[in-house]
Unconditional design. Structure first.
Length: 578
RNA sequence: GCGCCGGUGGUCCAGUGGUAGGACAUUGCCUUCCCAAGGCAAUAGCCCGGGUUCAAUUCCCGGCCGGCGCACCA
């Protein structure tokens, strides 16, 4: 059995995750997290929130899953995500119809042509299926968009889409979010939420799915001035697999500290380098095996339409590398696009340290002259004069000034323009922030953490399976068992379980089956500690605490038990210290 | 989406043209029980639709789901 198959079996049997809607045959690409999985997911999200929101001082929002069409026209997802597909009637292979046309004709932007025309071009040029060389003439050209479409309200006049990334919910709201940040750069806005992609072929349980959870941070920065606090992570070692290394024959992974990676220019953006450093520590915290982990730089042709440089965090499972996080320097792509499409202001005003005084040429044309003189063009002439004054004030030196509007020259007496050069005080300027984006796939991280936590060993000649999850992430922190369900042990155990729960610990109570069996149940879901109440406990007020990874046991007083378990779970105390 | 392989209790599998069996798990009882112990008992299953047939879990076709390969992964 492969690592993935073993994991899927355990996940299903113990309640981490399983295929959704299987009563109705199932739906590919949709998975339900069971009780253990939902708890693990929640813990990992909390750990993410703690590191990327709380510790960084960023803000978290929660935006809708559905957004209207114009959002995705602006973001580029509507075009970039919409592929023209033609299927071969002979061998069934599907191909990008626009690419076939571009490859076989002089046409360069086939994607912008109507489907019928692309179909005609395929027939006219006798284009064949690249796989089996059958003619593709008369095969229908269809659209395939990876976004799920829906209608907002009745009828189809207001199309909406399920977001393919949570990021747009942040970018679109930038003007409002900037206000909340008191218009001070840098600031970060994070979101943990669902995203949807109508994948052609979902695969490998949680790895390629159609509905998934993303944890994304959009860190808005002033590209001129802002610098990350690199010193905080400069000594963290990064396993880097650069684009250059991927392209060269003998190139391999290199272990560099954050500082070295920046100094050597391996990671171009200091901001990206900073988050690689932060994230390395975070992955370790949530239980990723760092011997099965790397950062891989995107190759030039691999980058998304918005990214100028991009590194992926990848984990290894079954010999395959899985992308678990993308670190992209998105520049001002998104804010520019939304500014352009919405007409709203997606800048922040950056005040100078000292106001500066500049000479500024301005005009204030006399419209009572321009109006009668130029009729409907008067407004455009005024705009042209204003633009000319800014561009070339010297043009106003003569008695008359000439501007062109729609290819037509108009001459205006300078005195009617009220041209003047004034000293103007400027307090700052409007700048468009750049965006640094770490984007985490929560489900893939869960898959990785479970795969990496899966261990087997031997206890008293019996094989044992356990998950060595970090206590912070484990679905349950403590299992509480009465050695036998009699003679008052159950009552005491139940009281202890209540006390531990009251102290905020996640507790499972189990009185069913032999004690060894109960330990094994907890081992399989990664519960780090178990407490057993026996006859002696009734006499001396002490219980057995057993550690998952070593199966070692210690006697501890019930008094102060919650506090000690809490400290064990947070790493404040080790089992050996007890 | 294409190709190959598969789909039988919760899980993992065996098997059959006359509606099924094991292991593990689960539940109850017994055993003073700290690492999947033993005994007794119980619960629970042939992915969906169509076809062939007296009869289909089994054969055929289609679908759905899963694994792998190809393609896709903005």
């Amino acid at each position: 059995m492969s690592e993935g198959e073993r994991l899927t079996e355990l996940a299903k049997r113990r309640g981490f995750y399983f295929p959704s809607s299987s009563a109705y045959g199932g739906t590919a690409g949709f998975w339900t997290y069971g009780p253990q999985g939902a708890a693990l997911k929640s813990n990992i999200e909390d750990a993410w929130r703690d590191r990327y929101v709380v510790k960084e001082g960023h803000q978290e929002i929660s935006a809708p899953d559905i957004m209207p069409e114009p959002v995705f026209e602006a973001s580029g997802h509507l075009d970039g995500f919409d592929d023209m597909i033609v299927e071969c009637g002979e061998c069934g292979a599907t191909h990008r119809a626009d690419h076939l046309v571009e490859d076989n004709t002089d046409i360069e932007e086939a994607e912008s042509l109507p489907n019928e025309e692309v179909m005609d071009l395929i027939a006219d040029h006798g284009i064949e299926c690249p796989s089996c060389h059958t003619s593709l003439a008369d095969q229908p050209v269809d659209n395939f968009n990876l976004m799920f479409e829906t209608n907002i309200g009745p009828g189809s006049s207001s199309p909406g889409y399920l977001r393919p990334e949570t990021a747009q919910g942040i970018f679109v709201e930038f003007p409002q979010l900037s206000e909340y940040a008191r218009n001070q750069l840098p600031f970060g806005v994070a979101q943990i939420g669902k995203a949807y992609r109508n994948e052609i072929s979902p695969r490998k349980s949680l790895v390629r799915v159609r509905e998934f959870t993303q944890a994304e941070l959009e860190h808005f920065i002033d590209p001129e001035e802002d610098e990350p606090p690199l010193a905080e992570v400069e000594d963290v070692t990064l396993p880097l697999y650069s684009a250059a290394a991927q392209e060269s024959e003998d190139g391999g992974q290199r272990e560099l500290t954050v500082r070295e990676a920046v100094d050597e220019g391996v990671v171009e953006s200091e901001w990206v380098a900073y988050y690689l450093g932060v994230s390395t520590e975070w992955y370790e915290r949530v239980g990723v095996d760092m011997d099965r982990f790397r950062y891989r730089q995107h190759l030039a042709g691999e980058r998304a339409h918005y990214a100028s440089d991009c590194w992926d965090a990848e984990s290894e499972v079954d010999g395959d590398w899985i992308e678990i996080t993308g670190f992209a320097y998105r520049g001002d792509y998104d804010l520019s696009k939304h500014a352009e499409h919405s007409g709203e202001d997606y800048t922040v005003f950056k005040q100078y340290d000292e106001p500066i005084t500049v000479e500024r040429a301005t005009v204030d044309p006399d419209m009572s002259y321009l109006g009668p003189e130029f009729g409907g063009d008067a407004g455009a002439v005024a705009d042209a004069l204003e633009a000319l004054a800014e561009r070339n004030p010297d043009a106003f030196d003569d008695d008359e000034v000439t501007v062109e509007v729609d290819g037509e020259s108009h001459t205006v007496p300078v005195e009617e323009t009220n041209f003047s050069v004034d000293e103007v005080t400027e307090n700052g300027e409007h700048i468009r922030p750049h965006v640094v984006e770490p984007s985490f796939g929560v489900g893939r991280i869960i898959y990785t953490v479970l795969a990496h936590a899966y261990e087997t060993d031997e206890v008293d000649g019996e094989e044992r399976t356990y998950l060595d999850l970090p206590p912070e992430q484990a679905p349950t922190t403590v299992g509480v068992f009465p050695l036998m369900d009699k003679d008052g042990m159950a009552e005491l155990a139940s009281d202890i379980a209540d006390d531990l729960r009251a102290a905020g610990l996640s507790v499972t109570y189990d009185d069913s089956g032999a004690i060894g069996r109960r330990y094994r149940r907890q081992d399989e879901v990664g519960t780090p500690y178990c407490v057993t109440i026996d006859y002696e406990s009734l006499e001396d007020g002490e219980v057995t605490v057993r550690e998952r990874d070593t199966t070692e046991q210690k006697r501890l007083p019930i008094d102060g038990l919650a506090d000690r378990l809490e400290r064990l779970a947070t790493g404040d105390l080790t089992f050996a210290d007890l």
